[in-house]
Design a protein around this ligand. Structure first.
Ligand SMILES: Nc1ncnc2c1ncn2[C@@H]1O[C@H](COP(=O)(O)OP(=O)(O)OP(=O)(O)O)[C@@H](O)[C@H]1O
Ligand SMILES: [Mg+2]
Length: 356
């Protein structure tokens, strides 16, 4: 059983290079979470100091791992957001998005530099295939000639490292995180930051700080080669963590994934309500696992009831799961297959409404 005092003592033995104080005393262990066998915190440092603090993060991680009985450690290094120099939008938003302006909504964090559009893939309920859809939709968008990034913000169970076959801590260069590249996609995952491909005990503030960091400190694009669209895989559900994340994230729109079942549809309604609350346009509903087992058409009817677009249905297809488990989206592995064609249709509608 690890105590908070043990963790604090271990962290205070490491010095803040600026103040010379221990890390906790220096206020550098924010959102410190200690459970039976896990510990984690966020180290927020002034913008531009991430390189200076990267070795400190590594030392803190090593010190926590050395505590007997410690199973998992997560230290997230984030930079304070610099005063806003917001990149101008490179194209007008879709009419629908403009109509549902974010006026009056909580102020999101700064937009990531050199990223034209940020799209959330959400679901009210877990296990409906949200990550599968996010990965394959991203692959289908690259097939349209777009430059695409995937941000895995699922703090409960990051799956992009597995689905896209990436691993290893991302590197910092010139104060920015270098994303991994796989299947022509730029990839960052909360699973790469924690060094574990599974769920971690995240408190709301830690989660949103980590997401903000991955969003704004990752070199998604450059001035010469901007990213057309960043696809964000959100954690499932409609609770406080999701609300905080979508409030803080400068989203241009959201797609909601649902299975045809009534229970999943009720959750899709809640997800839509959540986006309405923060004035992010729901671009539409996607029906996943459509077919014999779950029925078909439920999401289309639900979209009509909610007054949002129906973006398409994707079949229950074992090859989708197998490709995901093997680290390649099916859309990239089998470009001419029926499922890839369905994703291409969804991607065309999404690109159209986002004006890319
Ligand atoms: N259309 C499909 N056909 C067959 N299998 C699918 C399909 N969509 C998803 N799956 C499989 O269902 C499982 C859950 O999918 P996935 O992980 O994408 O869901 P999720 O909504 O992201 O789940 P979580 O809530 O855990 O994040 C995975 O094993 C995936 O491969
Ligand atoms: Mg998922």
């Amino acid at each position: 059983m690890i105590t908070r005092a043990t963790v604090i003592a271990a962290l205070d033995a490491i010095r803040d290079p600026k103040s010379g104080q221990g890390l906790v005393a220096a206020g550098l262990a924010q959102g410190l979470t200690v459970t039976e066998d896990r510990a984690g915190f966020v180290m927020e440092v002034p913008a531009g100091d991430t390189a200076l603090y990267a070795p400190v993060r590594d030392a803190a991680e090593a010190a926590l791992k050395a505590i007997p009985g410690m199973a998992r450690v997560s230290v997230v290094l984030t930079a304070e957001t610099a005063p806003a120099t917001k990149p101008a939008r490179t194209a007008a938003l879709s009419p629908q998005a403009v109509e549902q302006t974010r006026a009056g909504a909580p102020v999101p964090t700064d937009r990531p530099a050199h990223v034209r559009r940020v799209l959330a893939v959400a679901s009210g309920k877990g296990g409906v295939g949200k990550s599968t859809v996010a990965a394959n939709l991203a692959a289908a968008l690259t097939a349209r000639g777009l430059s695409v990034g995937v941000l895995d913000a699922d703090v409960y169970g990051p799956s992009m490292p597995t689905m896209l076959g990436v691993s290893g801590k991302p590197e910092y260069r010139d104060g920015m995180i270098e994303p991994h590249t796989a299947h022509s996609l730029k990839v960052m995952s909360v699973g790469l930051l924690t060094g574990a491909n599974d769920a971690m005990v995240w408190r709301g503030p830690m989660a949103s700080q980590a997401i903000t960091q991955m969003l704004t400190q990752t070199r998604w694009g450059t001035e010469a080669a901007p990213l057309d669209i960043l696809v964000v895989d959100l954690p499932p559900g409609t609770g406080d963590v999701q609300l905080t994340l979508i409030q803080k994230t400068p989203l241009d729109g959201a797609v909601i994934v649902s299975t045809p079942q009534e229970v999943a549809l009720a959750d899709a309604r809640r997800a839509h309500a959540l986006f309405q609350k923060v004035k992010v346009p729901t671009l539409g509903l996607i029906e996943n696992m459509s077919g014999d087992v779950f029925g078909r058409g439920g999401a289309e009817a639900e979209a009509a009831r909610l007054g949002v677009s129906f973006l398409g249905d994707l079949p229950l297809d074992a090859a989708l799961r197998e490709a995901g488990d093997a680290g390649t989206p099916l859309v990239s592995a089998d470009r001419d297959g029926d499922t890839a064609r369905r994703f291409a249709e969804v991607a065309a509608r999404v690109a159209d409404v986002l004006g890319i």
